[in-house]
Design a protein around this ligand. Structure first.
Ligand SMILES: Cc1cc2nc3c(=O)[nH]c(=O)nc-3n(C[C@H](O)[C@H](O)[C@H](O)COP(=O)(O)O)c2cc1C
Length: 267
């Protein structure tokens, strides 16, 4: 996998661009409380060991429960953990030593208990399950932010998400027609939020009329910032080696997922 190395000048320029990166909001709207929560949110990977009060955590869960979903089918489940519970189940701490963790699961079978409305359509069902459960995850994430609790969603770190879906499914004893998608780790932040990682410019992602061709310079700029930003945050690792972890696991994960989606895990 060739991500390429940056020379010192390119690296410095990329870091400077990261530090200058800010969400763009019209000044007239910048004090809106919800917008501030959304725009200032960051994935946090360092947590204090302070517990999250029960009422705060229940409010976060509730934000997930009431999220929007296709036909209001609520194609999700959430496995809820405190730190001892996670350790007991998985034999290690919650990733990044968070205080609480929620494994977000797509459930495309519960509604069939009462509703036999759709023909065999595993890809549609899976996609709908992922969409809905991800929206619920984001609701929890934003509710947490609003309550001063930080979080990070995980698909890989600590065998916590879609790349270890089969392992999680077995550990949790989940039924067919469920797919563990991600873990959200919650906790009070330790230290400042990191700078915003590089977000693609509006010109590259919004369009009216014809679809915008990928702009190689914009994408190179993004990649430079990813490489330099990752190095600045992980001196002993690199963006390339992080991608390699995904690369190494993705083939088996693809086969596991295919089995879950098409055969409910029972081929
Ligand atoms: C579905 C999903 C899975 C993720 N998996 C991981 C992960 O396994 N490990 C990790 O450190 N961060 C993970 N992240 C966090 C992303 O790296 C992060 O969202 C991205 O770099 C953008 O940063 P921001 O959330 O601060 O805007 C994940 C995020 C999402 C939405």
């Amino acid at each position: 996998m060739a991500v390429g190395k940056l020379n010192a000048a390119r690296s410095a320029r990329a870091l400077w661009r990261i530090l200058r990166g800010r969400p763009r909001v019209p000044p007239s709207l910048k004090d809106n409380a919800l917008l501030q929560v959304i725009l200032n949110r960051r994935s946090m990977r360092q947590f204090k060991q302070d517990p999250i009060p029960e009422d705060v955590f229940q409010a976060i869960l509730e934000a997930g429960r009431v999220a929007p979903s296709t036909v209001n089918l609520q194609t999700w489940s959430f496995a809820v953990f405190d730190a001892p519970g996670w350790r007991q189940k998985f034999g290690r701490p919650i990733p990044f030593r968070g205080a609480r963790a929620v494994i977000v699961i797509a459930d495309t079978g519960r509604d069939r208990e009462v509703l036999d409305a759709f023909p065999y359509s595993p890809l549609i069902e899976y996609t709908i399950g992922v969409m809905n459960a991800s929206l619920a995850a984001m609701n929890m994430n934003l509710a947490a932010e609003a309550l001063g609790v930080s979080s990070v969603m995980l698909s890989e770190t600590g065998r916590s998400g879609i790349l270890d879906a089969k392992y999680l499914k077995e550990c949790l004893g989940l039924p067919g027609h469920t797919v563990p998608l991600m873990t959200i780790v919650f906790g009070y932040p330790r230290g400042e939020y990191p700078p915003m990682p590089p977000k693609l410019p509006g010109e590259q992602v919004f369009f009216q009329g014809s679809y915008p061709a990928p702009d190689k310079d914009v994408m190179r700029d993004w990649l430079d910032q990813m490489v330099a930003g990752y190095k600045a945050g992980h001196l002993r690792s690199s963006f390339e080696s992080q991608l390699q972890v995904y690369h190494n696991k993705i083939g088996q994960a693809e086969r596991d997922l295919e089995e879950m989606v098409y055969y409910g895990g029972k081929k």
